[in-house]
Design a protein around this ligand. Structure first.
Ligand SMILES: [Zn+2]
Length: 305
């Protein structure tokens, strides 16, 4: 193989990496450790997909960047994504340093000009990443020293700094949320709850959701792990429709009329018997635990229903 691979070979590796990540993450459900990400091979050889030291990975055999990385930020009270989101609803990725001609910035620019798919590794815990793929760079904002990132399906847009129609802006924000922020939120919540339903301890990732304590469009519904609960599909739905409530002291309550109902074993054991019990899974780290104020908001609504 020559030092710099032909574009077709570079593209084949990108495609192989994306297929491999889909398998290893259970089709995007699970996060991966740095060690797991290092297991990727291409043509029988190990090939690094992520640079653990730098944000931007440009393999020496490549002409354009292969992946970008965002460092894990522990949960705080602040909205974690605000600083990354542009006025158009698309996320931004900062240059490396302030030099536009830094080799890594040139590698990003090349990826933008060729519109090749990139992998975005989002830190969701120490040495734990949620890969988001494919993403595309669709513009560069030189004054802000950053690139405009589009998630899959939005790569044909033209980046623009002029104000967009509200409808389009809302659509872009929703798409970015669905393909980037929600998967990252899910990974942080699953890590905190060790991939178990907080109410019943069910442990099967495809049956688990990252639920919001209060919905995201609520003014306090921040996409932070403190507004999250890992819940199985049944308990998530029961929580959202007000069949099941959670006190700020993390005790489960079941709506009174449901307690009086007689039905099959799922209602009996899966719902009614939980009434009055403490939450079965609580994050080990205090900073990851549900925010009592958010619990209070939902609990008041549950009591009123
Ligand atoms: Zn459950």
């Amino acid at each position: 193989m020559p030092d710099v691979w032909p574009e077709a070979t570079q593209d084949a590796l990108r495609a192989a990496a994306i297929r491999w990540l889909a398998v290893r993450t259970n089709d995007g459900l699970d996060a991966l450790t740095s060690e797991e990400i290092a297991e990727f091979t291409f043509g029988g050889q190990g090939f690094r997909l992520m640079d653990p030291q730098r944000g931007i990975r440009k393999p020496r055999q490549f002409t354009a960047a292969l992946s970008i990385r965002t460092t894990y930020r522990p949960a705080g009270a602040d909205r974690p994504y605000d600083d990354d989101l542009g006025p158009d609803g698309l996320v931004r990725y900062k240059w490396r340093g302030g030099d536009p001609d830094h080799p890594e910035n040139r590698a990003l620019r090349e990826a933008m000009l060729r519109r090749v798919p990139l992998i975005w590794f989002w830190g969701v815990g120490p040495a734990l990443y949620k890969p988001v793929y494919p993403v595309y760079l669709i513009g560069e904002e030189v004054a802000q020293q950053q690139f405009v990132v589009a998630t899959d399906g939005l790569q044909h847009l033209q980046a623009t700094e002029s104000p967009m129609e509200e409808v389009l802006r809302r659509y872009l924000r929703q798409e970015t949320y669905r393909r980037l922020h929600q998967p990252v939120f899910r990974s942080m919540v699953m890590r905190a709850y060790e991939s178990r339903c907080a109410v019943c301890q069910l442990r099967h990732s495809p049956l688990l959701d990252a639920a919001h304590i209060v919905e995201d469009r609520h003014e306090r519904g921040i996409a932070s792990v403190r507004n999250g609960l890992a819940l199985c599909k049944i308990h998530h739905a029961a929580y959202d429709v007000g069949i099941l409530g959670l006190t700020p002291e993390l005790r489960v309550e079941v709506r009174a009329d449901i307690l009086g109902e007689v039905d099959g074993p799922l209602l009996e054991h899966g719902i009614k018997k939980l009434h009055g019990r403490p939450l079965m899974v609580v994050p080990r780290r205090r900073a990851d635990r549900p925010d009592p104020e958010l619990l209070q908001i939902h609990y008041e609504r549950f009591r009123a229903s």
